[in-house]
Design a protein around this ligand. Structure first.
Ligand code: HEC
Ligand code: HEC
Length: 475
């Protein structure tokens, strides 16, 4: 069962303006609009200003596209959130005790790390400064962690997903038992915390008791119980878990209890519904600037809402994965001739038609989470938006020079192949300079001001006593 279904039917929270009937032909023409068509025989009525027309048109499109205000997550009791806060910042969950979830999802960097590809274990420095002595990187760009209670497919290839029939599918298969699933408060949205611990380049590393043997048999059950052994050696964790899940002994708990707490923390602290766009969706006409209104209209008319369709501007069920015609670089996922390619969704479904399809990511707070794309192809939002102008030619004109110099030599020379499964929905999109400017202003209207600095979520210590990775002001 999915306890938090997406809202699919549209119930307008606002009344349509009586001025809506006015012809919109002059919509994008900058005129004062006050004296158009005045005829002395015909007493002047109130002629709507350009702004009113923009608002009316934006609201019409919103209704037509079925875009709804973001749903707030249900409250989780504070003992679970506090346990999750500690676990998310505690390096105890990584094989060599040197990386926490928040090393790559830094609150000071709006839950990202500012790098095209993050760097996991064995590294030094944080955020854009982080570096590895051997030049190692993770395989994909770190994703933002906003409004995850609304997300049903996780990771760039949807490797963790809610299935249409009600079940869930993850890389752990049967190791994630029904009993474990029953602990997951937000269903699939509580599961992603179980997997970074199993990735050598993210948290597991090598040469430690957690990693031993995992590479050969992928025995998640064993890995997760070794993690619970580690946590159980710290009395404070035993107490925190038993306070969070009262009535259950620590020794009867599994790593699902830990993941559930971490994701409850993430969902409680990183869910936002107060951007100017959210307020507009809830009926407030005064929050968007004229240019943002134009950008919203452009977003809904040039084709962006063919894929960015929901309240968080990701895709509707069944439409989540597309080939956005982006260049590929970095270590890759072992696909293609040299093993440095990433076939995205095909890796999950086995269907060659899904080759290089990646998840349509949510766009809330997008201004804050550069770089963009599944390997961080663009360091600026403008770069990403300009990519949509005639994608076949912009792919060939791709300029990797703003990306980390260490990654530049790894750029694959496979553009023709990328275009073989490039989504045809992208083909008609043409963006002139003004439209790009409008779209960028619209995307900035998706920023909730309180997401700009999230450092206050950082605890002052963690139960293991290990150091906390943080940048920016301390709490
Ligand atoms: C070394 C960096 C790193 C660490 C450490 C890390 N992550 Fe991530 N995170 C990533 C990357 C990279 C992705 C995208 C991976 C992919 O698509 O395969 C990601 C994706 C995610 C997603 C998916 C978001 C979405 O919308 O699909 C969630 C949730 C998440 N991480 C939570 C966590 C949690 C919880 C932890 C700690 C248990 C953690 N991460 C540790 C780098 C990291
Ligand atoms: C064919 C479906 C499709 C269309 C149409 C589309 N997008 Fe996307 N969008 C995607 C996919 C898929 C990704 C992720 C691609 C990747 O990283 O491989 C994405 C990524 C993005 C990103 C970067 C997000 C991030 O966190 O990295 C932005 C910004 C964006 N789209 C904006 C737009 C705008 C603006 C338009 C309209 C001009 C648009 N999109 C049209 C599918 C689409």
């Amino acid at each position: 069962m999915n306890p938090h279904p997406r809202r699919t039917s549209f119930s307008p929270p606002y009344v349509r303006s009586p001025l809506a009937a006015v012809a919109l032909s002059g919509l994008l023409v900058a005129c004062s609009g006050d004296t158009v068509g005045v005829d002395p025989e015909d007493p002047p009525e109130v002629v709507p200003s350009v702004r009113t027309e923009l608002i009316t048109e934006a609201r019409r499109l919103i209704r037509e596209r079925g875009l709804n205000p973001v749903l707030r997550p249900p409250l989780v009791h504070s003992e679970i959130v506090e346990l999750g806060r500690f676990l998310a910042f505690d390096k105890i969950l990584s094989g060599n005790r040197d990386v926490s979830c928040m090393t790559c999802h830094l609150p000071a960097m709006s839950t990202g790390d500012g790098k095209s590809l993050p760097i996991g274990p064995g590294a030094s420095g944080l955020g854009p400064e982080r570096s590895h002595p051997d030049g190692d990187f993770t395989l994909r760009h770190s994703m933002a962690l906003f409004n995850l209670h609304q997300v049903r497919k996780f990771l760039w290839g949807g490797e963790i997903e809610a299935l249409a029939g009600g079940g869930i599918s993850t890389p752990a298969g049967d190791h994630l038992t029904q009993e474990m699933q029953s602990v997951l408060r937000f269903g699939i949205s509580s599961a992603p915390g179980m997997f970074p611990v199993s990735a050598p380049e993210e948290m597991l590393a090598t040469g430690n008791e957690l990693a031993e043997g995992f590479g050969e048999d992928h025995n998640f059950t064993e890995l997760w119980s070794r993690l619970m052994v580690r946590l159980g050696e710290i009395d404070e964790y035993r107490e925190l878990f038993e306070a969070a899940y009262s009535g259950t002994d620590f020794d009867d708990m599994t790593f699902a209890h830990a993941s559930n707490a971490i994701m409850s923390f993430i969902i409680s602290e990183f869910s936002f519904d107060d951007s100017p766009w959210d307020l507009f969706l809830r009926g407030d006409n005064d929050r968007l600037t004229d240019r943002q209104l134009r950008g919203a209209i452009d977003f809904m008319t040039v084709g962006c809402t063919n894929c960015h369709q929901t309240d968080i501007l990701d895709a509707l069920p069944g439409n989540e994965f597309h080939n956005d015609a982006l260049a590929q670089f970095g270590p890759g996922k072992g696909d293609g001739p040299g093993g440095h390619d990433d076939f995205g969704r095909e890796r999950v479904t086995g269907d060659p038609a899904d080759r290089r399809r990646f998840k349509v990511p949510p766009l809330r707070n997008i201004e804050l989470t550069a770089p963009y794309g599944h390997v961080g192809q663009f360091t600026t939002l403008r770069g990403f938006v300009e990519h949509y102008n005639n994608v076949d030619s912009t792919l060939y004109a791709y300029d990797i020079s703003p990306v980390d110099p260490l990654l530049q030599p790894t750029l694959l020379d496979n553009y023709a192949e990328i275009l073989m499964t490039r989504d045809t929905l992208l083909l008609p999109i043409r963006l002139d300079e003004e439209t790009v400017d409008n779209l960028l202003e619209f995307l900035k209207a998706l920023t909730d001001a309180s997401a700009r600095d999230l450092t206050h979520v950082t605890p002052s210590r963690v139960p293991s006593g290990l150091s906390i990775d943080r940048i920016g002001s301390s709490n």
